[in-house]
Design a protein around this ligand. Structure first.
Ligand SMILES: Nc1nc2c(ncn2[C@@H]2O[C@H](COP(=O)(O)OP(=O)(O)OP(=O)(O)O)[C@@H](O)[C@H]2O)c(=O)[nH]1
Ligand SMILES: [Mg+2]
Length: 215
């Protein structure tokens, strides 16, 4: 995917604040600090499109990023962050849940579930994965921060993640690193496949009105 345009459109909490453009959406879920905002920046090839933070809980609302006037990458708040009050935790979980419920039937074409390659998926990860499965959503699992382990550890770590999430033989986990730019092509290719299925054409072949105007 060649990203010609990547633009923050809106920060939203409630469904009536979500964009009404009707573009398909690819959303990123996972524990706080796992690298959701970082992967969006890396895929979009922009440094500061989504806000990245060293302290967990950086993204507290939903951010929609317009890619090429064709689809949205959606950055969701993280779950499983222990050091927040019960009320705040409930509010984030509610934001994630509300988004998934209101978008699952139409706009949401792919959910990307991120897990840290260094650790076995947490209880929250397992719950989230089962939940997404139950919804019947297309789910792509990505193991982040692959630069933090040695090459020889990658396959055993991926196997552990597959085992804990009880993945079938045809379900893959893609190793990724925003830091070392590992796995970008593999992730784009999965996103493209899902968009193509929905758009009935390769996303890159879509020429937007704005482009034709300037030509
Ligand atoms: N080494 C390494 N660090 C990474 C990678 N991806 C993200 N990080 C770091 O991990 C921290 C969290 O990254 P974010 O992208 O903000 O994580 P997030 O999932 O959006 O976090 P919340 O918004 O809190 O849910 C930051 O310090 C990033 O620099 C990676 O591939 N490799
Ligand atoms: Mg974030």
């Amino acid at each position: 995917m060649i990203v010609k345009k990547a633009e923050h459109v809106i920060t939203a909490v409630k469904p009536n604040q979500y964009p009404a453009t009707g573009y398909p959406e690819i959303a990123f879920v996972g524990r706080s600090n796992v690298g959701k905002s970082s992967i969006i920046n890396t895929l979009a090839n922009r440094k500061n499109l989504a806000r990245v933070g060293s302290t967990p809980g950086k993204t507290r609302q939903i951010n929609f990023f317009n890619i090429n006037d064709v689809f949205f990458l959606v950055d969701l708040p993280g779950y499983g962050f222990a050091n927040v009050s019960k009320d705040l935790k409930a509010s984030w979980e509610n934001i994630i849940e509300t988004y998934l419920y209101s978008r699952k039937e139409n706009a949401l074409k792919l959910i990307v579930l991120l897990v840290d390659i260094r650790h076995s998926p947490s209880k929250d990860d397992i719950t989230m994965h089962q939940w997404l499965r139950g919804f019947g959503l297309n789910t792509l699992i990505i193991a982040t921060k692959a630069d933090k382990i040695s090459r020889s550890q990658i396959t055993p770590r991926l196997n552990d993640i597959k085992k804990v999430l009880q993945l079938g033989n045809d379900e893959k986990v893609i190793p990724f690193s925003a830091e070392k730019r590992i796995g970008i092509e593999a992730v784009w290719s999965e996103i493209d496949i899902n968009l193509e299925r929905f758009l009935n054409q390769k996303p890159e072949t879509i020429i937007t009105e704005k482009e034709t105007e300037t030509e």
